[in-house]
Design a protein around this ligand. Structure first.
Ligand code: FES
Ligand code: FES
Length: 428
């Protein structure tokens, strides 16, 4: 069929009946024993029993589930370590990945990774629920020898929510590892040479990444068919059309990053088969010769980088604006696996109805906000405190419009900012 239509001699690639990947250096296979729709997060926590990786929103919004995945690019064949929301990724989509969870980069016995050590050193953790996701997001940012700036570190944490520590200490901990961190910040870093086992190859704390399962064999990317789950992974267009032909009238879904799963739950829709097309090279190619074309499965992260590069060429400067816009779509770990939306992803008929007689006319009927309630509650407390301080300062004769209040708003901070002394305090 392929030859007749496209004139290609592309041969179908060999097909596996199981998905194979590594989890913290140990090779695992997943097949019919796992039901279709099982997320990587569920697999990590409930099958591999690694409870360090958390989950909360299961929508790609909170970052509690972030893990690091080293994935070979189907076109460049280069391996890249990316932060990934394990709540969104089907475990069947992980074929060939090298996945690391927070347990796999350092621990009390073998020594902590600098990212873990610094988070503790800067008091960046309280209940600790968000900490594994924070750590793995930062780990992915510095993996593969990457050296982010402080601005890049800050920008990479748009998808990691913390309900209790406060972001300043978390960001300070990670910015101190940036290449442009101030000498003062670097001095505050955890001293890994004294406290942690040092890797002879990297000079950093041992992450255990050199350790491979003794049965480890290089996983060759190939097509996969998991019969009970009706899950197909294809790595060539030829395979894709063969699978579609074989499915006949079966209702199927083409799956790329599966990031829409957070909003459009697939169990609410009727698909009898799913075809993972993420690793089809033709769909991940960015072509800059004789124009600028972006494959349908290019991720937003890849698209942003390509737009920035292409914007330097005459006639393409507008791509800077597109790159800036994509940079605020979702968050880093979602963008790492989120393909550029296609024309059919946009509803042909898109209408907004305002709700009549709603008790809160500005409120949303629905939103995927998860961490925001906690954030809103804390900001409400802060603004109430600020109003009280305004009054106290006016009583003390201060007429300035602006004053700075340092967070966290401890008793000392409040006392100093209020321009009163503790003798004026009434304790009830
Ligand atoms: Fe995955 Fe919230 S649980 S982003
Ligand atoms: Fe508790 Fe961040 S330390 S949620």
């Amino acid at each position: 069929m392929w030859n007749a239509i496209f004139g290609s001699s592309e041969e179908p690639s060999p097909t596996a009946l199981e998905v194979t990947f590594t989890l913290n250096g140990k090779q695992v296979t997943v097949g019919n024993e796992v039901v279709e729709g099982t997320s990587l997060n569920t697999y990590i926590r409930d099958v591999a029993k690694l409870k360090g990786t958390k989950f909360m929103c299961t929508e790609g919004g909170c970052g509690a589930c972030v893990v690091a995945a080293t994935i070979e690019h189907p076109v460049t064949k280069q391996k890249q370590t990316l932060s990934i929301n394990s709540c969104l990724v089907p475990v069947f989509a992980c074929h060939g990945w090298d996945i690391r969870t927070v347990e796999g980069i350092g621990n009390k016995r073998d020594g902590y990774h600098p990212v873990q050590a610094n988070l503790a050193q800067f008091n960046g953790t309280q209940c600790g629920f968000c900490s594994p996701g924070m750590v793995m997001n930062m780990y992915s940012l510095v993996a593969d020898g990457k050296t982010p700036t402080m601005a890049e570190v800050e920008n990479a944490f748009g998808g990691n929510l913390c309900r209790c520590t406060g972001y300043r200490s978390i960001l300070d901990a990670f910015k101190a590892l940036a290449k442009d961190a101030t000498p003062m910040m670097k001095k505050q870093c955890a001293d890994i040479e004294d406290m942690y086992k040092i890797c002879s190859k990297t000079g950093l704390a041992c992450s255990g990444s050199c350790k491979k399962d003794s049965n480890f064999e290089e996983i060759v990317p190939k097509s996969v068919k998991i019969p009970a789950a009706n899950w197909y992974k294809v790595t060539t267009l030829n395979d894709l059309f063969s699978v579609i032909t074989s499915l006949g009238a079966t209702v199927y879904q083409l799956s790329a990053g599966n990031t829409a799963e957070g909003v459009y739950r697939h169990y609410n829709r009727q698909f009898d088969a799913r075809i993972d097309v993420k690793d089809v090279p033709d769909l991940r190619t960015i072509n800059t010769s004789g124009g600028f074309t972006v494959g349908a499965n290019v991720t937003l992260t890849e698209a942003i980088a390509a737009f920035k590069t292409q914007a330097a060429i005459t006639g393409y400067s507008y791509l800077t604006e597109l790159a800036n816009h994509l940079d605020v779509v979702a968050n880093t770990s979602v963008r790492n696996n989120y393909k550029v939306p296609g024309a059919k992803d946009i509803p042909a008929d898109f209408r907004i109805n305002f709700r009549k007689n709603a008790s809160n006319p500005l409120g949303l009927l629905n939103s995927k906000a998860t961490g925001e309630p906690a954030l809103n509650m804390s900001i409400v407390c802060f603004f109430a405190l600020r109003n009280a301080l305004d009054s106290a300062r006016k009583d003390a004769g201060d007429v300035a419009d602006y004053y700075d209040i340092k967070l966290p708003a401890t008793v000392e901070t409040i006392a100093m900012t209020s321009l009163t002394d503790t003798s004026q305090f009434t304790f009830a």
